[in-house]
Design a protein around this ligand. Sequence first.
Ligand code: NAD
Ligand code: UDP
Length: 311
Amino acid sequence: MKTILVTGGAGFLGSHLCDALVTDNKVICVDNFFTGNEKNIKHLIGNPNFKMVSHDIIMPLFIPDEKIDQIYNLACPASPVHYQFNAIRTIKANVVGTMNILGLARQHNARILQASTSEVYGDPLEHPQKESYKGNVNPIGIRACYDEGKRCAETLMFDYHRQNKVDIKVVRIFNTYGPRMAKDDGRVVSNFITQALAGKDITVYGDGKQTRSFCYVSNLIMGIVNMMNQDEFIGPVNLGNPKEFTILELAQKIIEMTKSESKIIFEKLPQDDPIQRKPDITLAKQKLGWEPKIELSEGLRTTVSYFKEIL
Ligand code: NAD
Ligand code: UDP
């Protein structure tokens, strides 16, 4: 049985990751509940394999009485609304926070996996995006606290690996959705579903022709865990669903699925919003034998059921 620490473990992805790990491992969940929710982990409280540590990773973290084998570093707000709410804290979580967690990995001689993002490619000029693409990020824009923060976190991972021999893994996660997304987090899937279920206008930003590729959460978690548990390859590796949809297609799909009377309205496109995004997952297939299996329609059905239940 391994001891595994998950930062951001009370969030959307982190809580699904804790679920996947807790049967066979001892899991320490570290979270400051900025965007996480106690409800996401309440079913784990009382499980002898699960421990919750309330902590902000911007502050150094010491776990003196356990030997940690693996660390998943997910602590960082992920929705543009949340990460722009306090941009300086977002940069700190990515830079100071990642340094603190790398320090912890070093002390415990633990393997550490960094949850990076497709945002490191910015508004990409190469399509689909391969890991070799260096990106097109505006360093002074409103998304930079997240994009540049995550780019710096990748740099830190590789420098700790080269300089201090820390055992690292880096995954670049593309848009992921599913149950336990926060209903008010402003991301497109949760916004459209909550709007459709309430019969409110569906807010498409820009002309809706921008694209994203949506991966269902259980598929993504499997990819992350595969990456952590192989020895050959440190990454970075893209994890996401290569099927690409326009935002307008997504809105129409959700309206159809929920049989909603909602109308689509068009609002201003936020600054630096990427025009197209689709992962090339050749490397993930080769190195991890991983590819997502769940189609958007199937994943959306489960997600709509979840939101019906909580709203
Ligand atoms: P989320 O906002 O639901 O989860 C983030 C969690 O981190 C929350 O529980 C939050 O309270 C916690 N957190 C934030 N700052 C913290 C801090 N300073 N100290 C301790 N805890 C802190 O978002 P998510 O979608 O679950 O994303 C998890 C990770 O995956 C993030 O690092 C995000 O950048 C990355 N990611 C997610 C997606 C996606 O589509 N969901 C895509 C790319 C990358
Ligand atoms: N979007 C939208 N309406 C919304 C929320 C988002 O049209 O209510 C668009 C947003 O402008 C972007 C895409 O949907 O083009 C995905 O946005 P999200 O915030 O989910 O993630 P991103 O990939 O931009 O980080």
